[in-house]
Write a protein that binds this ligand. Structure first.
Ligand SMILES: NC(=O)c1ccc[n+]([C@@H]2O[C@H](COP(=O)([O-])OP(=O)(O)OC[C@H]3O[C@@H](n4cnc5c(N)ncnc54)[C@H](OP(=O)(O)O)[C@@H]3O)[C@@H](O)[C@H]2O)c1
Length: 271
């Protein structure tokens, strides 16, 4: 049995790889950067004795051949897939009128098409194992955020794919867990596309910081998986803007526009 994790070379995906390995799972790690992925695998091998096994399958999940090789490698090495975690993702920060179509296309293809391809490829095996699909969406997949319209569009779409799939899978024994994190302290903002990225160091606040740890999020996701939950909004207080947007949308618009307008932005190139 194995857990396939896309985008596992850093950030949330890396933390999930450690978390599942610590609970005795074999982990199959994907991301584009071969060296960084290899480093994570080595760290798990040396620091996590409970891990059943770890392999790396580098490549871009926008490419169906990579996805086919990723899922095939998991089956060849470990026989079954217990969990697929659609985690790989990119952000894009721009107001709609500044969005560059070629950048939006990249983000769309990673966040939406990548999720679709990996899920389609893994589903026959997940049906055999009565396994779980986990998608790392975002709070921005539930509430619109000014300055992130392109990213929100991909995360709303990813959520729609996964939430429809949950119903399509009724009776098969396969479960779907969609996770909606708020801001987490990873390289996400630095790696994002677009020209209006917020300054990462100024995003955090002392009270909120512990909740932004990718390791803490990974623990919450593992618990949600074990408890067979269908959704996880993290941290819990993001239920408030979600509720506000659904029930008092004008007030939500007003507050969200003010909060985002007050954030300092960088227009440097992403790294
Ligand atoms: N951090 C946040 O504040 C936050 C909040 C809510 C939701 N999320 C979501 O959480 C997920 C993980 O984000 P993160 O914060 O951990 O960001 P991150 O630190 O930038 O990590 C992104 C991961 O995705 C991989 N990746 C990017 N494009 C890929 C592709 N085409 N094919 C395969 N792998 C690819 C990256 O590795 P390579 O560059 O080597 O490919 C990296 O391992 C994303 O879906 C993001 O939308 C993040």
């Amino acid at each position: 049995m194995s857990v396939v994790i896309t985008g596992a070379s850093q950030g949330i995906g890396r933390a999930l790889a450690f978390e599942f390995a610590r609970h005795g799972h074999a982990v199959v790690l994907n991301a584009r950067n071969r060296e960084r992925l290899q480093t994570v695998a080595e760290e798990i091998r040396t620091r996590v004795p409970e891990a059943r096994g770890v392999i790396t399958v580098p490549g871009d999940i926008r490419d169906p051949r990579v996805v086919s090789f990723l899922i095939g490698s998991a089956i060849e090495q470990f026989g079954q897939i217990e969990v697929l975690i659609n985690n790989a993702g990119i952000g894009i920060y721009d107001r709609l009128w500044n969005l560059r179509p070629e950048e939006f296309r990249v983000v769309w293809e990673v966040n939406v098409l990548g999720t679709l391809l990996c899920t389609q490829e893994a589903l026959p095996f997940l049906k055999k194992s009565r396994g779980t699909v986990i998608a790392i969406s975002s709070v921005a997949g539930l509430i619109p955020v000014p300055g992130m319209s392109g990213y929100c569009a991909t995360k709303f779409a990813q959520d729609a794919l996964m939430s429809s799939l949950r119903m399509e899978l009724r009776g098969t024994g396969v479960r779907v867990l969609v996770v909606y994190p708020g801001p987490i302290a990873t390289g996400f903002t630095r790696h994002a596309l677009g020209s209006e990225r917020p300054v990462p160091s100024l995003q955090t606040d002392r009270l909120v910081r512990p909740w932004q740890s990718p390791e803490r999020l990974a623990r919450a996701i593992y618990q949600a998986y074990r408890r067979k939950r269908r959704t996880l909004i993290y941290p819990w207080w993001y239920h408030i803007p979600v509720w506000l947007y659904r029930h008092l949308p004008r007030l939500y618009d007003f507050l969200a526009a003010r909060v985002v307008a007050s954030e300092p932005k960088t227009d440097g190139p992403s790294s």
